[in-house]
Design a protein around this ligand. Structure first.
Ligand code: RFL
Ligand code: PHB
Length: 396
């Protein structure tokens, strides 16, 4: 019969990125059924190289989902982070300034792989390569999600829809314009990233403010490095040979790091544009937005993935409260609770970006102000503590 639902679930999750997969796993552990619809293939999702730094709250949530075994073994706990400017490196003692808190270096790709494996071991339903996802009736008590799988039209009937489909997803775009407000800043530059199987230049991350532009030395393991360079927003990756990348990076580092840098062939190179973006509110009847579908931060504060996780913590608790406790209080509070934390991470990411990048329009005066701010930051315990508190993650 046309219009009859072929599939039924409690929560339809759109998107199998870290937000959607984490939500699916947290719900599964509480006996709540969810179906994930993902536009891409599992391999494609795993091929995207993205974030690398997890807050302890994110690690705790992954543990709650039962997916932290490999993370505990292979993740690298970091007690500090380094700022390099004026050719000298300064360490921020994250643990010392936050009563012992750390961050864990573990790639988003690995988080995603662990969550995918747990989901398939649990026999939970994920539809990869689901095309033409289309939402209907989320303002009513019977939302429907239509999609095509292998050219066959299907309909998923559900109680709630979780829009975890990233910045370019369909969920936010399904909301009538008058019901949603957006706030945005697009930065006039991007990041060129390179992944290589070489030992990291330093045991901890180094964020660099240099005349040539920002640079970041990060890692995935003690044998795999991830480096970034500030570049024009429309930069073409083809213009960057491995050799050009390594030379440009070396030129932005302090002498000790420049001497220690090991180079090698790139496993991956890509350009990402930098943007700050927030949509308000995050709830539209029975549709909830979470993760990059709701907000984007420039990666300078390492907050994108962590913010997706904190949304999912609030949303999963609210859904559990509804299905297992019969209360709508958490669902009613979701948007306000999540947005309060989102705006603080937006502020921190904007501030780190502003302090560390070359902005063509601010001129020499702007650069002097950046250096004064960095000098203040590394010489004042109060200022260092503020950075540390935000970097390890504000409380939920
Ligand atoms: P994701 O990871 O984008 O996942 C969304 C999923 O939804 C799917 N999708 C759809 N599925 C069905 N139907 C549709 N119509 C759909 N439209 C989209 C997509 O295929 C995808 O699988 O969002 P999520 O789960 O909210 O996770 C957020 C994080 O991925 C993100 O915040 C971070 O990776 C941001 N980010 C970075 N953050 C950092 O902290 N450090 C980084 O170095 C860093 N690098 C990056 C990044 C984000 C990037 N993007 C979004 C282009 C580099 C890039 C290139
Ligand atoms: C990364 O390792 O990819 C990474 C680390 C810290 C950031 C951004 C990206 O701020």
């Amino acid at each position: 019969m046309p219009g009859e639902a072929e599939l039924r679930t409690q929560v339809a999750i759109i998107g199998a990125g870290p937000a959607g997969l984490l939500l699916g796993q947290l719900l599964h552990r509480e006996g709540i059924d969810a179906v994930i619809l993902e536009r891409r293939s599992a391999d494609y999702v795993l091929g995207r190289i993205r974030a690398g730094v997890l807050e302890s709250g994110t690690v705790d949530l992954i543990a709650r989902a039962g997916c932290d075994q490999r993370l505990r073994q292979e993740g690298l706990p970091h007690d500090g982070v380094n700022l390099c400017f004026g050719g000298a490196r300064h360490r921020i003692d994250l643990a010392g300034l936050t009563g012992g808190k750390q961050v864990t270096v573990y790639g988003q790709t690995e988080v995603t792989r662990d969550l995918m494996e747990a989901r398939s071991a649990a026999g939970a339903r994920t539809v990869y390569e689901a095309a033409g996802v289309h939402l209907e009736g989320f303002g009513s008590s019977r939302p429907l999600v239509h999609f095509l799988k292998g050219g066959i039209a299907q309909t998923l009937e559900c109680d709630f829809i979780a829009g975890c489909d990233g910045f370019h997803g369909v969920c936010r775009q399904s909301v009538p314009e008058r019901a949603i407000e957006t706030f945005e800043r697009v930065y006039p530059f991007g990041w060129l990233g390179l992944l290589a199987d070489v030992p990291p230049v330093n045991e901890e991350l180094i964020y660099v403010n240099h005349e040539d532009g920002f640079a970041l030395c990060s890692m995935r393991s003690m044998t795999r490095s991830r480096y970034y360079l500030q570049c024009p927003a429309d930069e073409k990756v083809e213009h960057w040979s491995d050799q050009r990348f390594w030379e440009a990076l070396r030129a932005r580092l302090d002498p000790e790091a420049a001497a220690a840098l090991t180079t090698g062939p790139a496993l991956e190179k890509s350009v990402a544009r930098l943007r700050s973006f927030v949509a308000e509110p995050l709830r539209f009847g029975r549709l909830f937005l979470a993760g990059d579908a709701a907000h984007i931060v420039p990666p300078t504060g390492a907050k994108g993935l962590n913010l997706a996780a904190s949304d999912i913590r609030y949303l999963s608790e609210a859904l559990v409260e509804y299905f297992n406790g019969g209360s709508t209080a958490g669902l009613d509070a979701y948007s306000t609770r999540a947005l309060a934390r989102i705006w603080k991470a937006e502020r921190f990411s904007w501030w780190m970006t502003s302090m560390l990048h070359r902005f063509p329009e601010v001129g020499r005066f702007g650069h002097k102000i950046q250096l004064a701010e960095l000098e203040y930051l590394v010489s004042s315990e109060a200022a260092s503590a503020s950075l540390a508190e935000n970097y390890v993650g504000l409380p939920y």
